[in-house]
Design a protein around this ligand. Structure first.
Ligand code: IMP
Length: 499
C-alpha cells in the first residue's frame, strides 16, 4: 500500500522567524555570512566556502561567464549552464578563470595592417573601446600598440586608414612587467593618469590589460571569491548523459566545482556520474535535486560533496502540474536538514545543502538558512539583473528581462529531465517568461544582504551556523498571512520591482 505523509508539505511563506535576545555585539555589521559548500570532517575546514550564501541557477537565462564574474566578485558562485556544447561551456568557465580580478585577457585585438573600418566594427561587436594591436592579432601576440577612441576622428579619418598609422605605438606606451601585482599596477595607472595598463612579458608579448575601472571595482568588493591564483571561483552544471565528454573539458578549463543538474536526482545515473568524476578527477561535485531523507542519504553515500534540495518550486517550473511530483520547498529542506544533522552526528562529516528554487521574497533566503540550508540557488532573482545573459525589453511601461526554464521548449535541456533512455522528452516542464528588470546585481544583492543580516541580528545570530542552531520558527495560519503585508490602508503607489 502507498505510504502517506501525515503532514502536508509546506512552502517558505507559511513560516516566520521569532526574534531571540539580541546582544549588543550582535549588530548587522557583525554578522558574517561565510558558508561551506563542500563536505568536511568535524574540526577541519571545507575546501570551498562562499562569502555570501548565494549561487545562481544552472540556467541559460541566468548563469553565463558575465554573471559568474559579477557574482564571484560579490562573494557568491555561479554554476555555468550545461545546456550548451561541452566546448562552449568550457570556454565560459575559462573566461571566468582568466578574468584575474583586475588583469583581463585582451578580448579585442587587431594587427597593424587592419583599418579604421575594422576598428569601428570590432568596437561595435564587442563594446570595447581599447583595442590591443599585436603582430598576429592574438591576445598574447607581440604588443605593437594600442588603439583607443582618442587615436582617431571618425568624421575626418578615412575608413581605410591603417591601424599602424594612428595607433599609439609601443614606444610611447607605459606598460607593466609580467608578475606585477594589482596595487603596483594601480599605482602606475594613477601616476601616469592612464585608463588602461598593458602587461607584457620580457619579449614584449601581451599578457593582460589592467583597467582603472576594474581596480576601483576590486577595492569595493572585499568579499570577492577567489582561488589561490586570484582567479574567481566558478562552478559548472553537468548531466548524467555526456559526462565522460563534458567533465574533462570543464576541469581542464578550471571549473572549481561541478553540480549534476537534474530535476529528480534520486537515481542510479547520479551515483554513476559521481563515481566517474571521483575516480578520474580531483574536482568537487554536488548532486541533486532531492526532497527527502532517502534521496539525501543516497547521494551522500554515492560521494556527493553537497546536495541540492527542491523539486517543483522554481518560479518557471511546471513539473508539479505536468508530472505530479515534488514537495513544498520548506518541508523538503526541513527533512533533509534533519537527515544531514543525523549523518553529521553519526559520521562527523558535514555535508552542505543548497536550497534550490522557490525563493520569492528576500526573507525566504533567511528562512531557508535557518531551516538548515548552507546556501541557496536562485534563478528568477538573478535573471532580473543587468548581468544576466538575456535581453532587456520594454513591455508596456515597464522594463523586463527574458527568463525561461531549462525544461521549456526554448532551452531544450532534456538531459535535465529525461531519467533514462535516449528518446528525449515530449512535454515541457518549464515556461518561457519575463521578469521585472531590477538594475545591477551588486545594488540588489547589497540590499538583500542587509535584510538577511538585520533579521539574523534580530535572531541573535552572528553566523549562519548560529542561526541554524538557535532559530525559532513558527508556522503562520492562513488568516494571519493577511496581517503580514500592508493591510487596511489605501496604498499611494504600487511597485513593479519584483521584491
Ligand atoms: P527560481 O529561483 O524560483 O527561479 O528557481 C530556479 C530553479 O528552478 C533552478 O535552479 C532549477 O532547479 C529549477 N528549474 C530551472 N528550469 C526549470 C524548468 O524548466 N522546470 C522546472 N524547474 C526548473
Amino acid at each position: 500500500m502507498a505510504y502517506y505523509y501525515s503532514e502536508p508539505s509546506r512552502t517558505f511563506s507559511e513560516f516566520l522567524l521569532i526574534p531571540n535576545l539580541t546582544t549588543k555585539d550582535c549588530t548587522p555589521a557583525n554578522v558574517d555570512l561565510k558558508t561551506p559548500i563542500t563536505k568536511f570532517k568535524k574540526g577541519e575546514q571545507p575546501d570551498i566556502s562562499l562569502n555570501i550564501p548565494f549561487s545562481s541557477a544552472v540556467m541559460q537565462s541566468v548563469s553565463d561567464d558575465q554573471m559568474a564574474i559579477a557574482l564571484a566578485r560579490c562573494g557568491g558562485i555561479s554554476f555555468i549552464f550545461g545546456s550548451q556544447s561541452p566546448e562552449d561551456q568550457a570556454a565560459m568557465v575559462r573566461k571566468v578563470k582568466e578574468y584575474k580580478s583586475g588583469f583581463v585577457v585582451s578580448r579585442s585585438n587587431l594587427t597593424p595592417e587592419h583599418t579604421l573600418k575594422d576598428v569601428l566594427e570590432l568596437k561595435e561587436e564587442t563594446g570595447h573601446s581599447t583595442i590591443a594591436v599585436t603582430d598576429d592579432g592574438s591576445p598574447t601576440g607581440k604588443l605593437l600598440g594600442i588603439v583607443t577612441g582618442r587615436d582617431y576622428r571618425i568624421s575626418r579619418d578615412p575608413l581605410d586608414k591603417q591601424v599602424s598609422e594612428f595607433m599609439t605605438p609601443f614606444s610611447s606606451l607605459i606598460v607593466g612587467k609580467s608578475g606585477i601585482n594589482l596595487p603596483e599596477a594601480n599605482d602606475m595607472i594613477w601616476e601616469h593618469k592612464l585608463n588602461c595598463l598593458p602587461i607584457v612579458d620580457g619579449e614584449q608579448r601581451l599578457e593582460s590589460l589592467v583597467f582603472r575601472k576594474d581596480y576601483d571595482a576590486h577595492k569595493e568588493n572585499p568579499l570577492a571569491l577567489m582561488d589561490g591564483n586570484k582567479s574567481y571561483i566558478v562552478g559548472a552544471g553537468i548531466n548524467t548523459k555526456d559526462y565522460e565528454e563534458r567533465v574533462p573539458l570543464l576541469v581542464e578549463a578550471g571549473a572549481d566545482i561541478l553540480v549534476i543538474d537534474a530535476s529528480d536526482g534520486y537515481t542510479e545515473w547520479q551515483r554513476d556520474t559521481i563515481a566517474y568524476v571521483k575516480e578520474n578527477f580531483n574536482v568537487k561535485i554536488g548532486a541533486g535535486n532531492v526532497v527527502d531523507k532517502e534521496g539525501f542519504l543516497y547521494l551522500v553515500e554515492s560521494g556527493a560533496d553537497f546536495v541540492k534540495v527542491g523539486i517543483g518550486g522554481g518560479s518557471i517550473c511546471i513539473t508539479r502540474e505536468q508530472k505530479g511530483i515534488g514537495r513544498g520547498q520548506a518541508s523538503s529542506l526541513i527533512e533533509v536538514a534533519e537527515a544531514r544533522e543525523q549523518y553529521y552526528k553519526e559520521t562527523g562529516i558535514y555535508v552542505p545543502i543548497c536550497s534550490d528554487g522557490g525563493i520569492v521574497h528576500d526573507y525566504h533566503i533567511t528562512l531557508s538558512l535557518a531551516m538548515g540550508a548552507d546556501f541557496v540557488m536562485m534563478g528568477r532573482y538573478f535573471a532580473r539583473f543587468d548581468e544576466s545573459p538575456t535581453k532587456k525589453l520594454k513591455v508596456g511601461n515597464n522594463f523586463v528581462k527574458e527568463f525561461w526554464g531549462e525544461g521549456s521548449n526554448r532551452a531544450r535541456n532534456w538531459q535535465r529531465y529525461d531519467t533514462g533512455g535516449k528518446s528525449g522528452l515530449v512535454f515541457e516542464e518549464g515556461v518561457d517568461s519575463y521578469v521585472p528588470y531590477a538594475g545591477s546585481l551588486k545594488e540588489n544583492l547589497d540590499k538583500t544582504i542587509s535584510k538577511i543580516k538585520s533579521t539574523m541580528s534580530n535572531c541573535g545570530a552572528k553566523s549562519i551556523d548560529e542561526l541554524q542552531q538557535n532559530a525559532r520558527i513558527t508556522l503562520v495560519s492562513a488568516t494571519s498571512l493577511v496581517e503580514g503585508g500592508a493591510h487596511d490602508v489605501i496604498m499611494k503607489e504600487t511597485s513593479f520591482s519584483g521584491e
